[in-house]
Design a protein around this ligand. Structure first.
Ligand code: LMR
Length: 328
């Protein structure tokens, strides 16, 4: 009888301990930029909120700086659920969902309010639907900022870019944009840009200031032009295998944390890029050039000639809707 009593106590203890022993759900979140960037900070905030609110039942492992995968390679493990989340720039979706190249179109957005109106409206929903058809779930749009041009010479007019090898993300729009000014675009993963610039594999690139500074491109580019010619932002995605396995409660918790992390990161983006501009100047290694209105107009006139090439791929309706949202 004493033996049965002992066994009962053991069973009760084990059952009570079971929830604590249950493995936490793990979200591997892969990205390619430094922690001290808008995306890096938003990812850390998301981790903090999810882990606090789930009492450790959901763990978020953030892998910055391409430490798990670079952007090109992350799509396959994301689809098979080896990675649960990533926040690639729109350009990196080109093969899966070509319409997302909308955001790459040069001189499309007047400012970030214009971009936000587009992403928060019907156009943004269509972009999320496009990745939904490929087994992914678009969770949020994260900001970085407007891109600036850099090289080892001042880029003041389009003719200054002629013949230069420009590193680009994997987007046909970006390829066409640089061809339009007589440059030679070359696709490279973000993790390889510094060494490619250092070794002269490419001569020039385009980046928001946070990426330019945190990846130390100012060490290998003597001139930076504040061109604000295009936008770089992200679509945070998970896959449906992972998403559908979560309980309703867990999905709600993750969605709410994502919403708050998005507000947090997007609130930081503009300020961060501004402060990195000062740091680039303070480095004393890169000369910063501001374009006159005439010079900026000259870049615009050349680059916007590519729009009709993408009416079919992106959808003329999406392009027109995005343009129209600028005059509100
Ligand atoms: C790039 O490849 O230049 C960007 O996508 C990097 C990033 O994620 O901001």
């Amino acid at each position: 009888m004493r033996m049965y009593g002992f066994l009962a106590v053991v069973m009760i203890t084990l059952l009570a301990a079971a929830p604590a022993l249950a493995k936490p759900i793990v979200i591997k979140f892969s990205h390619v930029v430094a922690v001290d960037t808008p995306k890096g900070q938003a990812a850390e905030q998301f981790k903090k909120l999810v882990e606090e609110r789930s009492n450790g039942d959901i763990k978020v492992e953030v892998y910055p700086n391409s430490s798990l995968f670079n952007d090109k390679d992350v799509m396959a493990p994301l689809m098979t659920n080896a990675v649960q989340m990533a926040a690639p720039s729109f350009s990196k979706f080109t093969k899966f969902a070509p319409s997302l190249q909308l955001v790459d179109l040069p001189f499309l957005f007047d400012d970030s309010d214009h971009l936000h109106r587009v992403l928060q409206g019907e156009v943004g929903q269509k972009m999320r639907n496009a990745v939904g058809k490929k087994g992914l779930v678009g969770l949020a749009f994260w900001d970085n900022g407007f891109k600036q041009l850099s090289a080892n010479k001042p880029l003041l007019l389009p003719k200054d870019a002629e013949g230069l090898k420009f590193r680009i993300m994997s987007s046909k729009v970006l390829e066409a944009q640089f061809k339009a000014v007589g440059a030679n675009p070359q696709v490279l993963p973000f993790s390889e840009v510094y060494s490619a610039l250092q070794q002269g594999v490419v001569d020039a690139c385009e980046n928001p200031l946070s990426n330019f500074y945190t990846k130390k491109f100012y060490e290998v580019q003597s001139d930076l032009t504040i061109s604000n010619h295009g936008y770089l932002g992200y679509l945070v995605v998970t896959n449906k295998i992972f998403w559908n396995k979560l309980s309703d409660q867990q999905r709600e918790l993750v969605s709410q944390a994502m919403k708050e992390a998005t507000e947090y990161g997007n609130g930081l983006a503009q300020k961060m890029n501004q402060s990195y501009l000062q740091k680039v100047k303070d480095s004393g290694k890169t000369t910063v050039h501001n374009l006159t209105p005439e010079q900026r107009k000259a870049w615009k006139e050349k680059m916007v000639t590519i729009y009709p090439e993408f009416y079919d791929v992106i959808g003329k309706d999406l392009i027109d809707a995005a343009i129209a949202a600028g005059n509100q």
